[in-house]
Design a protein around this ligand. Sequence first.
Ligand code: NAG
Ligand code: NAG
Ligand code: NAG
Length: 355
Amino acid sequence: MAGRFFYLVALVQSTAATTLDSLTTKNINPNSVSVSGFSSGGYMAAQLGIAHSELFKSGFGVFAGGPYDCGRDQDYTTCLFNNTPSIEQPLANMLSWSGSEIDCLCNLKQRKVYIQAGTADDVVGLGIARLLESQLSHFTDPSNAQFVTSVGAAHVFPTDLDGQGNSACNQSALPYIANCGYDGAGEVLKWLYGNGLKPRSERPLSGSILPFRQTGIFGAPGLAETAFVYVPEKCQQGGKTACKLHVALHGCGMHHEHIGDKFLVNTGYNLWADTNEIVVLYPQTTVDNGTYPTWSGNLSNLNACFDWIGQYGESDWKTGDHMKAIVNMVRTIIGHKSEPGPFISQGALPFVEEL
Ligand SMILES: *[C@@H]1O[C@H](CO)[C@@H](O)[C@H](O)[C@H]1NC(C)=O
Ligand SMILES: *[C@@H]1O[C@H](CO)[C@@H](O)[C@H](O)[C@H]1NC(C)=O
Ligand SMILES: *[C@@H]1O[C@H](CO)[C@@H](O)[C@H](O)[C@H]1NC(C)=O
């Protein structure tokens, strides 16, 4: 139906990026923080959900990702394709780090965890996602964990929407977002926040996708200067409506500088955010052609991946550079709970991008 296209409209603020601190006039429930991500963003979501289980109290979702700490004790490519990485040492590491390098694993009993994998995924194979499930099963409550298999899906973020420029569901190709007849964003949010969520919006978004400066304490090598946050109208004023916060992480090559608004729009997160008062944070990577020692030797980051290979510090510890930057964003957004005030900077005129 025509509405399908009508409501996939992005309102992206066209003026220069503002600072994240100036956005902190919302009333966010600090117990509502969750994260999900695709591919390297999925690996990062698991890192955040495990290492920062105190902060991500509503849990985490992983689309086409693999085990925590997978890339440390074996070449990271063992954690890709249809390989079979070992999770023995990663499991031992988790146990030895619990309560120090990472938050107490005991928190995971109360956390919701969602994992999705496609049977035709040739980049992060279904078997690798199964190993994440198996690894987490040592710590999570079975009733809190869900594993979704998408039959015939390749390495794509699954949706049930025909976003412009999407790839085919059975093709692992840019922008790695496809109509697979499955609403991935909706399903992960419903799993994390419960079935009480209202249906997604069928109308144009109430708020805008705001760019902010991903610099200073929000920056790191491999992260872009600009990232984005979707703030539903009801969450803009601070005060009455208690909003939730979800972090959505793109995969390699899916950064805004490369695919534009596609991850911000075509995934459909904002449609659910709008009807359920969820602020969605979209950190962004950038190509980094510098060479860094990683757990798998000296590498650069030409595909603009979130770090799960030990490239920018110990990537799966709380001290990892990308983890620190994202956590600083989250803390800043939830930090000032009830200060009222406008948060859209003066003179900001949103433009409408038709898909
Ligand atoms: C993908 O699916 C389309 C039909 O939707 C089909 O025509 C095509 O052959 C499939 N490609 C692969 C690689 O399976
Ligand atoms: C690395 O990237 C910078 C900035 O984009 C560019 O100026 C430089 O030429 C690149 N270096 C190499 C070796 O590609
Ligand atoms: C990585 O780079 C460093 C410094 O450039 C060099 O000393 C080291 O030998 C390199 N390691 C590998 C495995 O190539």
